[in-house]
Design a protein around this ligand. Structure first.
Ligand SMILES: Cc1ncc(COP(=O)(O)O)c(C=O)c1O
Length: 386
């Protein structure tokens, strides 16, 4: 049997990983500023994470949600404490798309409405509702086409107000990434998120903060939406939550009440997933990784801004993007093959940095040296005057 070929891949086989480094099967070492797509939050194979999973594995890995799983309550309490959303309620699942799917469904159960507002360049996942709220026609199968999703321009308050004025009583939810990831590192303005909060309150709609990529401390705050100083009704999370162990969840504000059987999952919240997620939060807290994200993020942003060929450096904490001009279109490839550094991208010309939140200053410096070398190598030579 062959694999179902849906991914263009780099011809590299990674066999080992530690902290911000990975090694291929030939023994070559790479600096990982991509984190397997923003997943590695506390660093590859962090010893505390490995121990906690190993210890759990020896006791019990899985049982279904038909029995008490005290680790879930422990995780809810820890997550409430680290995120500052102590009065929220946790529902656990397995992936980012599933988290968004559950959030959109729950909003609709809650207010009995059907319409969803999403934004240009949004990416919310591949399941049916999540993909319908994703602004990319190539990902939406005919069966997922719906009139229930209204796309508005990102950060456009006028368009948002107009939409609520015209459809307010039909709007079930507004879903927005605090920093768009796949869309190219676009930061939602604080005033825009505040306006969403205001309009959702006025019209009884649910504000859903998609924190799958920008959450879990990556921005320097637990949820990047927190920069706006207002709370969402539901936060969705995945990627960094398990540091590579598949675990995801939504947290739900107290005014939204649970009903038996409205949401459900077989694997979500299993013992092993909870152990992994707890280990991540323990390390984020213990090693003050949100502070590190702010500090190293600032260093990287300042240094990148000083490289004249790179344009529009943006982001927050360790979620950084910049535009690459046409003459440097192979920069990402050159960083990988010449410098042995993994970075992310967003089509057509954005490089995305999504490293572990534990990235060290010396690794950030190594990256800056390497990118300077690659940008100067690729610059067109100045013609002599004579
Ligand atoms: C903002 C956002 N939401 C949702 C998803 C979907 O997550 P998953 O691939 O775990 O289903 C992603 C994945 O890239 C994402 O970036």
């Amino acid at each position: 049997m062959n694999l179902f070929d849906v991914y263009p891949i780099n011809d590299i086989t990674i066999v080992k990983a530690k902290g911000s480094y990975v090694w291929d099967d030939k023994g070559d070492q790479y600096l990982d500023l991509y984190g397997g797509h923003a997943v590695i939050s506390i660093g590859h194979t962090h010893p505390h994470w490995v121990k906690r999973i190993e210890n759990q594995l020896e006791k019990i890995a899985f049982y279904s949600n038909s029995i008490r799983i005290p680790l879930q309550q422990e995780l809810a309490e820890k997550l409430g404490m680290v995120s500052g959303k102590e009065d929220y309620q946790l529902f656990l699942c397995n992936s980012g798309a599933e988290a968004n799917e559950n959030a959109l469904k729950l909003a609709s159960f809650h207010n009995g409405r059907k319409k969803i507002i999403a934004f240009s360049k949004a990416f919310h996942g591949r399941t049916s509702l999540a993909v319908s709220a994703t602004d990319n026609k190539n990902y939406i199968a005919p069966v997922n086409e719906t009139e229930n999703v209204i796309f508005l321009p990102f950060n456009d308050e006028e368009a948002l107000i107009k939409c609520f004025n015209e459809n307010g009583k039909d709007i079930s939810s507004v879903i927005i990434e605090g920093i768009q990831g796949v869309g190219g590192i676009n930061v939602a303005e604080d005033s825009f998120l505040k306006k969403i909060r205001l309009l959702c309150d006025e019209y009884g709609a649910v504000y859903i903060a998609d924190s799958v990529q920008c959450g879990y401390g990556r921005s320097g705050k637990f949820f990047s939406h927190d920069y706006a100083g207002v709370n969402a009704d539901i936060y969705t999370m995945a990627k960094g939550m398990g540091n590579g162990f598949p675990v995801a969840g939504i947290i739900v504000a107290p005014h939204i009440k649970p009903k038996h059987f409205q949401l459900g999952t077989t694997f979500g919240g299993n013992h092993l997933a909870c152990a992994a997620a707890l280990a991540v939060l323990e390390v984020i807290e213990e090693e003050k990784l949100m502070d590190n994200a702010v500090m190293i993020g600032k260093y990287l942003t300042d240094e990148l801004e000083a490289i004249p060929q790179l344009k529009n450096v943006r982001g927050r904490g360790l979620m950084i993007g910049f535009d690459v001009p046409e003459e440097l279109k192979d920069l990402k490839k050159n960083l990988l093959w010449n410098q042995k550094i993994f970075t992310g991208e967003a089509k057509p010309n954005v490089i995305r940095l999504l490293p572990s939140l534990a990235l060290k200053r010396k690794d950030a410096e190594q990256f800056i040296d390497s990118i300077k070398e690659e940008t100067s190598n690729a610059s067109p030579k100045e013609e002599g005057l004579g």
